[in-house]
Design a protein around this ligand. Structure first.
Ligand SMILES: *[C@@H]1O[C@H](CO)[C@@H](O)[C@H](O)[C@H]1NC(C)=O
Ligand SMILES: *[C@@H]1O[C@H](CO)[C@@H](O)[C@H](O)[C@H]1NC(C)=O
Length: 499
């Protein structure tokens, strides 16, 4: 007899597996859309207010794409899906832009710097800029009908609303007296700015430059900018912007399964480096061993002190309280110098990072080891004024060997042993023209620091920090080997028993 929870999981599995096939999902969506399109063509003439009767060609679609080849492929597929659905509807195509092709500037992914471009180029012939992610699924007919509810001659900031349940470090503890009041968009569901708002924001951007040094959580920061301390506009929540499986009223949904391209990367093909120091050997390393370390094929603990009971490797770099730049570069050199010739991937984590190696193996199957890949959760520093993007270290930094080879072949190094390693790496890779590849599945903070609605459409790869949580419980709740692995193990076991 299976406990009820497990029965539920069994039922969910086929749905999960069918989602894994991108092309299948596309096919399903476009069939639905055709049907809806036929129905809505009949409706169109009758009951939609003429004032808001915008055409598809008045929507500029901006896909928040990235230049890594796997991501380009996904963005191109979404673009084709938008254009194909549009062809089925009308003769006049909307504009579909790929963010990574729009501007070479390092901060383009933060979107606000591009608003002046959108204002100049599209304000005369368009009504809406609609933004979405590579994994957003769009039903064009429903989207058009949804946007027609809003008068495009007014200022609008539309999206699926998220809010904080408690104040969090990733939002600089904003609205600490009542964190639920401030709404910001879940970018995965798509979000839209009317052209009058784009024009207004452009004017503001020209008169006062962007202030913040750090870009940490883009969706929150965009909403804060538009809200402008109460003088601007709040987010208008749109129920048709969705992240769950396509429902009939949803104009958007989100492909939320973990990427897998062929077979998962073998665990022997990933080298895991854990940064630690003597003072944490006692309380943090046991947690790594109790949780995820067993999944790793190769793992070493790098410290300022050799402790054979763990064991740790003393890199000969004195421990520093702030950054770990010296330690991290020593790890990179050691990886290239030593016997790890055949290992294509290196992951560097902190001793208080919780990570699922099994999910990482899925994710990495989508990346080409011959390319310089520098992957993790992307933050930005000083992007308004010629800064750079970086992978924030606590969530885990993933490197292809080619990325490390190019980095160490350059002259770029730490300006001091205690410089922040992740930021120096970002600066170096930026100088080499190697962009950060962003995955929102890595997390610099704890699960409680993110809205539940946001985490609900993720298969997270990592979280970070033990502060005020039980890390073992967090690991087994959020990151323990996924259902699919478990199901496969179970069916294998079943097979053996039958034989
Ligand atoms: C609007 O104008 C821009 C810039 O000239 C052009 O690229 C775009 O295709 C135009 N859109 C439509 C729908 O005509
Ligand atoms: C790696 O090799 C270089 C060149 O042989 C050497 O200078 C460096 O000290 C080595 N680094 C490590 C960490 O072994």
């Amino acid at each position: 007899m299976l406990p009820p929870a497990r029965r539920g999981r069994r039922l969910a599995l086929p749905a999960l597996l069918s989602l894994l096939t991108c092309s299948l999902a596309f096919a399903l969506v476009s069939e639905d859309v055709k049907k809806e399109a036929r129905q809505s063509k009949n409706l169109e003439k009758s009951d939609i207010s003429k004032k808001n009767d915008i055409d598809l060609k008045e929507i500029v679609f901006v896909i928040q794409s990235q230049s890594n080849s796997f991501h380009v492929k996904k963005a191109e597929q979404l673009k084709q899906s938008i254009l194909k659905q549009s062809t089925d509807l009308t003769q006049e195509m909307p504009t579909v832009l790929l963010l990574h092709q729009l501007a070479q500037q390092e901060g383009a992914w933060t979107i606000l710097p591009l608003l002046p471009h959108f204002s100049v180029t599209y304000s005369r012939n368009s009504s809406w800029i609609f933004f979405c992610e590579e994994d957003t699924r769009i039903q064009i007919v429903q989207l058009l009908e949804t946007l027609r509810r809003y008068d495009p001659s007014k200022e609008w900031f539309l999206g699926k609303a998220l809010h904080d349940e408690e104040s969090t470090i990733i939002h600089h503890y904003a609205f600490s007296e009542n964190p639920t009041v401030f709404k910001y968009p879940d970018l995965a569901a798509g979000w839209a700015l009317s052209i009058p708002l784009v024009n207004k924001l452009t004017k503001r951007l020209k008169s006062e430059s962007l202030k913040s040094d750090f870009t940490i959580d883009l969706k929150h920061e965009i909403a804060l900018y538009i809200w402008d301390g109460g003088d601007g506009l709040p987010l208008t929540p749109v129920p048709e912007f969705c992240t769950d499986i396509v429902g009939s009223s949803c104009a958007t949904s989100f492909q939320s399964s973990l990427p897998l391209c062929g077979n998962p990367v073998k665990k022997e093909d990933i080298f895991v480096a854990v940064k630690t120091c003597k003072k944490f050997h006692g309380d943090r390393i046991p947690i790594v061993k109790q949780t995820w370390a067993g999944q790793a094929g190769h793992l070493e603990y790098y410290s300022d002190y050799a402790d054979n009971s763990i064991p740790t490797v003393d890199l000969g770099i004195p421990n520093t309280d702030r950054g770990h730049c010296g330690k991290t570069f020593a790890i990179l050199e050691r990886f290239l110098n030593h016997s790890h010739d055949k290992i294509p991937w290196l992951v560097i984590v902190d001793d208080d990072t919780l990570i699922s190696i099994s999910r990482l193996r899925h994710l990495l199957s989508c990346y080409d080891t011959r390319e310089p890949v520098f992957l993790g959760e992307r933050y930005g520093y000083g992007l308004g004024t010629g800064g750079y993007s970086y992978v924030t270290g606590g969530g885990g930094m993933v490197f292809s060997k080619e990325a490390i080879r190019r980095l160490l072949a350059s002259k770029c190094r730490c300006y001091s042993n205690d410089a922040p390693d992740d930021m120096v790496l970002g600066m170096c890779f930026s100088g080499l023209g190697i962009p950060v590849t962003h995955s929102p599945l890595f997390h610099q903070a704890r699960p409680v620091d993110y809205p539940k609605d946001y985490l609900s459409h993720q298969v997270p790869v990592s979280f970070h920090k033990h502060w005020n949580i039980d890390p073992v419980k967090v690991y087994f709740t959020w990151l323990a080997p996924d259902e699919e692995d478990r199901a496969r193990q179970q069916s294998r076991r079943g097979l053996r028993e039958e034989l």
